[in-house]
Design a protein around this ligand. Structure first.
Ligand SMILES: C[S@@+](CC[C@H](N)C(=O)[O-])C[C@H]1O[C@@H](n2cnc3c(N)ncnc32)[C@H](O)[C@@H]1O
Length: 424
């Protein structure tokens, strides 16, 4: 029963995404569900295209109270505006996930992410009635003018309660109808894809969240959209662990990373193709090549098998380990390797990341693509500890910026569709 509604909504928002992409703004007025409510500072912090892409009816971040290091999930992320704003608030140790079912929206969001230079962001393709993330893995769920579009609201509320960790929060902007309005009266006031006909009433919203097990529910109207139908801010919370229940062992976070890495493949039971093999080479395998190995391991997920080596082995620079820890990658047990360890192995790509390695890089068996990225060596920087650390952060960002297009090109060259989180 959900398929016809999903098709209708998808078709409508695909057109909206293309209209925004082509910089013509909203597709008719019906494409914009209401009136977003962002501060001048928030809008100024985003690429212009991301701000243009906003199709929400409020600002869920006003109530989400995001903190450094949190994991946020935006249901129906559209062009990515709330994901990008969340990513800034949770900082490099946090993650912001966007979930949307419309390919054109995911592509738009990814374009905006690249322009914003955000690296703690993942976009997932899927339906909010079946969220492709593990239980108890998200600190805060947000959403902006999407739940009214869902074909099965009960399933959405159940899924929110499942993915939130105990004590996790919900902060949503949505259209809500006066309790007195019948379904037919709501439909008279506007279309389904225009966020009106599918809206729940205050009482239905509250009951849906409560039945799903959420508590501390509040629904506060902010402004009227049409007679008897308002934009509202909805807040709720998942109960803390009940006495006697087992606290988290962190397993759900490993599960989360693996789900993201597999691009949802494991969930859909698809066969996993051979990974694309990449070797990063530098002189000492101490900083640049280690950063590249760590970051591609994260961004490339199950599609890539990554190694790094030096023309000689030394030690992994502790500042490389530190900047990786800042973005949630534990690289403390990595070791420096000599290239001689890999001479018999076949690699699809060998990427030299310092000029000396380019000159002395050996030839590997099989058809290998050889690339060179001339990265500045952060270990060369003299100065205070903070200045040295800043140099490592710059190199980490330089590598991250090069990896995103590389991943996309390598996946396409291998005949695979880039995951939405990595596609341009
Ligand atoms: C009105 S737009 C809002 C986009 C975004 N939240 C914003 O504020 O700009 C609705 C978005 O939700 C997505 N969407 C609608 N129903 C969905 C569903 N059942 N599952 C996943 N995405 C959905 C659409 O593809 C579209 O991108």
């Amino acid at each position: 029963m959900t398929a016809p509604i999903h098709d209708l909504v998808r078709e409508h928002y695909a057109k909206s995404a293309l209209a925004v992409r082509d910089a013509s703004g909203c597709v008719e007025n019906a494409a914009c569900c209401g009136m977003p409510n962002y501060s001048t500072e928030e809008l100024a912090s985003l690429p212009e295209a991301a701000a243009l892409a906003s199709l929400g009816c409020g600002n869920p971040l006003m109530v989400a109270d995001l903190r450094e290091g949190e994991r946020v999930l935006d249901l129906g992320s559209g062009g990515g505006i709330d994901v990008l704003l969340s990513a800034r608030r949770v900082g490099p140790t946090g993650r912001a996930f966007g979930l949307d079912m419309t390919d054109e929206m995911l592509a738009l969001a990814q374009r905006n992410t690249i322009e914003a230079g955000a690296t703690n962001v993942e976009f997932l393709k899927g339906e909010i009635e079946a969220i492709p993330l593990p239980a108890n893995s998200i600190d805060v769920v947000i959403s902006n003018c999407v739940i009214n579009l869902a074909a099965d609201k009960t399933a959405v509320f159940r899924e929110i309660a499942r993915v939130l960790r105990p004590g996790g929060r919900l902060g949503v902007s949505d259209i809500v109808a006066d309790d007195a309005l019948t379904a037919a009266e709501r439909a008279e006031r506007g279309s389904y894809v225009g966020c009106i006909a599918g809206a729940l009433s205050f009482r239905e919203y509250e009951a849906g969240l409560r039945d799903a097990g959420l508590e501390d529910i509040s629904i506060t109207p902010t402004h009227e959209e049409t007679a008897g139908m308002s934009s509202a801010i909805i807040r709720a919370r998942k109960a803390e662990l009940t006495p006697g229940a087992q606290p988290s062992t962190g397993g759900e976070l490993i599960d989360l990373e693996m789900t993201i890495a597999a691009g949802g493949r494991a969930r859909r039971n698809e066969p996993v193709p051979d990974p694309i093999r990449v070797l990063f080479v530098c002189t000492h395998n101490s900083a640049r090549s280690q950063l590249a190995e760590a970051l591609l391991t994260r961004y490339g997920g199950a599609d890539f098998e990554v190694r790094s080596a030096g023309t000689e082995a030394t030690r992994v620079n502790p500042l490389a380990i530190r900047v990786l820890a800042e973005i949630g990658i534990d690289w403390s047990s990595a070791r420096s390797k000599a290239i001689t360890e890999f001479l018999d192995e076949r690699f699809d790509y060998v990427i030299t990341v310092c000029d000396r390695a380019r000159e002395s890089c050996p030839v590997f068996p099989g058809p290998t693509n050889t690339l060179h990225w001339g990265l500045d060596d952060p270990s060369d920087v003299d100065g205070t500890d903070e200045e040295k650390l800043a140099a490592f952060r710059r190199t980490e960002q330089d590598v991250a910026g090069r990896l995103r297009p590389f991943v996309e090109v390598a996946l396409r060259a291998a005949g695979r569709t880039p995951r939405p989180s990595l596609a341009g």
